[in-house]
Design a protein around this ligand. Structure first.
Ligand SMILES: *[C@@H]1O[C@H](CO)[C@@H](O)[C@H](O)[C@H]1NC(C)=O
Ligand SMILES: *[C@@H]1O[C@H](CO)[C@@H](O)[C@H](O)[C@H]1NC(C)=O
Ligand SMILES: *[C@@H]1O[C@H](CO)[C@@H](O)[C@H](O)[C@H]1NC(C)=O
Ligand SMILES: *[C@@H]1O[C@H](CO)[C@@H](O)[C@H](O)[C@H]1NC(C)=O
Ligand SMILES: *[C@@H]1O[C@H](CO)[C@@H](O)[C@H](O)[C@H]1NC(C)=O
Ligand SMILES: *[C@@H]1O[C@H](CO)[C@@H](O)[C@H](O)[C@H]1NC(C)=O
Ligand SMILES: *[C@@H]1O[C@H](CO)[C@@H](O)[C@H](O)[C@H]1NC(C)=O
Ligand SMILES: *[C@@H]1O[C@H](CO)[C@@H](O)[C@H](O)[C@H]1NC(C)=O
Ligand SMILES: *[C@@H]1O[C@H](CO)[C@@H](O)[C@H](O)[C@H]1NC(C)=O
Ligand SMILES: *[C@@H]1O[C@H](CO)[C@@H](O)[C@H](O)[C@H]1NC(C)=O
Ligand SMILES: *[C@@H]1O[C@H](CO)[C@@H](O)[C@H](O)[C@H]1NC(C)=O
Length: 555
């Protein structure tokens, strides 16, 4: 367009005048476009990283551009939206990241990015057809609230997910999982008897504690920033139902080759995909609805526990989100167990929080659980707790061992009723350190009492406040087993003001520990899924920076 128009000297004066006008007009247009472009780069610079990362030389991570040069005003964002900036601040959740992945930002150097930016600053884009195309897309991109939040979901063969659900009768040796995989993994809908008002009318389900991966996958299907273009993605989700898969083989004498068949097949496939090569799978993540030990079998002996999924070389490069991590494994990230409430609107959450704020709590504390059979009765914390609870009128015991009451422990109405009638909920370790009950109690506004740091404080760093005393009571396990502490006395001595402050904090946490109804969108509230996604994207950003930094310092 520009090239075809050259000034000719033999034009009449008026024509010359028009040509001048047109020239001025074109210059100002060019100026406007360059302003727009600059603005565009500021707004999408996060996407810019992934773009360039992919399209540049994949192998050379020294050149990963990191446009932290720009400053994007966070406060201009709408509230409730996941905030994501380039100010070396991964996300507002960064402070909750485990210390091992919080970066030393002062070391990040970004020469490549700045060089490129300057070049673009100086020379305005030429007005050729390609650039007009880019400009045409600018306005929509400027408004892109997904920048830095895109997730690409691998399209796995159905044997890694959907087929497991079809075989739900044999997923668990001890019970039939089929009812629980219904309703997108939420389980059967809970309908209260007409007289009861323990729950809200809508969106309560008898959710199984091992359904996390199904629920997570179904929420992800409606995630607002999905992309089919993996080069735009900040993280790559692998929707493998790792926990349901291993769950089939944990009991019944299955040999290790049977147990490891799917995990091995999966990682082999993943490593062959083009998405893998970009970061050797280090931007990939899996969600497993079981504890870390179920995926970390060290030996190849048949009587050893679980699969070796997380010890396969490919999986070591990926991250896994699960309900309980093995202590200090840096690619395991614990996220809340699923509980019973799966709201589809902000309003329902606020309504529930209000209800929990105002409910009467006649019991000082309660315990819902069973002793561990075979455990040494004089050293078992659960036996001691049950004994103390039975002998204290201020404690409500929901004995899940007792066959008379057994069904109550799986009844969301009954469990929630006990917890919402109690100030404190006792959460001792059981088969492992964490319990689903912790999340049921928070949901009911009941302050959890922990006996081991691995039950919460060292686990849910993305979802729980850093300061454990702000939302829970800690009693060292041995104080109870060695009978140095009477739980009733310890809890009744907590000052009223502290109880109120903890209750307030617990109720504030409710949205962060629930998984919304999969096809719904919450407006201002971040649920457990949102917090987890923010966490994993932050973690992957940290890895990207690490790769850059390591390479910079070595070169
Ligand atoms: C960001 O924007 C808000 C509102 O638009 C303004 O009050 C604030 O001063 C800005 N902050 C910076 C650092 O520019
Ligand atoms: C990062 O965020 C934290 C809190 O969100 C803030 O205190 C800190 O100043 C921020 N750092 C930068 C470099 O913006
Ligand atoms: C960053 O690199 C260091 C040294 O190689 C390593 O110890 C650390 O775990 C890495 N952090 C992440 C987030 O990969
Ligand atoms: C971060 O790096 C700077 C410069 O290398 C160093 O002086 C500082 O102590 C480091 N901070 C932390 C928290 O490691
Ligand atoms: C601009 O948008 C059109 C369709 O909206 C698309 O075909 C084209 O690839 C986009 N251009 C760029 C550079 O993204
Ligand atoms: C493992 O068990 C499967 C099915 O029971 C069997 O086919 C296979 O031969 C066994 N493998 C080994 C190494 O024992
Ligand atoms: C895992 O990542 C490292 C780099 O961090 C890479 O050298 C290695 O090849 C990767 N492993 C696999 C199986 O892709
Ligand atoms: C139970 O623990 C006590 C105290 O540690 C010990 O004396 C006793 O021998 C143990 N009993 C069994 C059956 O292990
Ligand atoms: C943790 O919270 C408790 C109770 O709110 C408070 O007394 C204490 O000072 C806090 N500790 C820290 C390190 O902030
Ligand atoms: C619980 O402890 C308080 C304070 O020590 C005491 O007054 C009360 O009698 C105890 N209640 C029961 C049922 O043991
Ligand atoms: C860093 O980049 C150099 C090329 O600049 C490359 O040869 C080297 O393999 C890279 N190192 C790492 C650890 O990625």
């Amino acid at each position: 367009m520009l090239k075809g128009k050259t000034l000719k000297m033999d034009k009449p004066p008026l024509r010359k005048y028009y040509d001048k006008l047109r020239f001025v007009f074109l210059i100002s247009l060019t100026f406007c476009f360059s302003l727009l472009l600059l603005d565009y780069y500021m707004a999408v610079s996060d996407r810019g990283i992934t773009f360039l990362l992919f399209h540049m030389n994949d192998a050379n991570h020294a050149q990963i551009p990191k446009p932290s040069f720009f400053i994007f005003n966070e406060t201009a964002d709408s509230p409730g939206k996941i905030k994501y900036t380039n100010q070396n601040n991964v996300s507002t959740g960064a402070s909750n990241l485990p210390s091992c992945i919080v970066e030393n930002h002062s070391e990040i150097t970004v020469p490549a990015a700045q060089g490129e930016v300057h070049e673009r600053d100086i020379s305005p884009p030429h007005l050729n057809r390609d650039n007009v195309g880019v400009v045409a897309n600018l306005s929509s991109r400027n408004l892109d609230s997904c920048s830095g939040q895109y997730i690409y979901v691998h399209d796995l063969a159905s044997r890694f997910n959907e087929d497991l659900l079809k075989g739900c009768h044999s997923l668990m040796r001890w019970f039939d999982m089929c009812p629980y995989v219904s309703n997108l993994g939420l389980g059967p809908k809970v309908i209260e008897k007409s007289k009861e008002t323990v729950l809200l009318k809508e969106n309560w389900y008898a959710t199984n504690q091992f359904s996390l991966e199904v629920i997570f996958h179904n929420i992800m299907k409606h995630y607002k920033c999905l992309t089919k273009d993996s080069s735009l993605a900040s993280a790559i989700y692998v929707p493998y139902y790792a926990g349901l898969d291993v769950g089939q083989y944990l009991w019944g004498g299955f040999n290790v080759s049977t147990r490891d068949a799917s995990p091995k097949e999966l990682v082999k496939w993943l490593a062959q995909q083009p998405e893998w090569k970009r970061m050797w799978g280090r931007d990939h993540f899996i969600v497993g609805g079981r504890i870390g030990w179920d995926f970390r079998r060290v030996t190849d002996m048949d009587d050893d526990w679980g699969t070796k999924l997380m010890l396969l070389p490919e999986a070591r490069n990926m991250s896994i989100l699960l309900i309980e991590a093995v202590d200090s494994k840096e690619n395991e990230f614990p996220i809340p167990y699923p509980t019973y409430f799966h709201p589809s609107k902000d309003r329902e959450i606020f309504q529930w929080q209000k209800k929990m704020r105002n409910v009467k709590r006649p019991y000082l504390f309660s315990f819902a659980g069973a002793p561990r059979p075979g455990s040494n009765s004089s050293t078992s914390i659960r036996n001691e707790i049950i004994k103390q609870c039975q002998s204290s009128r201020s404690c409500k015991l929901l004995n899940c061992h007792d066959s008379l009451h057994h069904n109550y422990c799986n009844d969301p109405v009954h469990v929630t009723k006990v917890f919402q009638s109690s100030v404190f909920c006792i959460q001792p370790p059981g088969d492992s350190f964490t319990r689903r009950s912790t999340f049921d109690s928070i949901l009911a506004g009941c302050i959890p009492v922990f006996f081991h740091p691995e039950s919460a404080y060292d686990q849910y760093l993305w979802h729980f406040p850093k300061n454990g005393s702000s939302y829970s009571v800690y009693i060292p396990e041995t104080d109870v087993t060695q009978k140095r502490v009477i739980i009733n006395n310890t809890l009744s001595k907590v000052p009223k003001s502290e109880v109120l402050a903890m209750q307030k904090e617990i109720i504030r946490l409710i949205p962060r520990i629930i998984y919304r109804y999969p096809s719904s969108r919450l407006e201002t509230v971040e649920d457990a899924f949102d917090v987890a996604v923010k966490g994993i994207i932050g973690r992957i950003e940290a890895i990207k920076r690490n790769i850059t930094t390591v390479n910079d310092s070595s070169s």
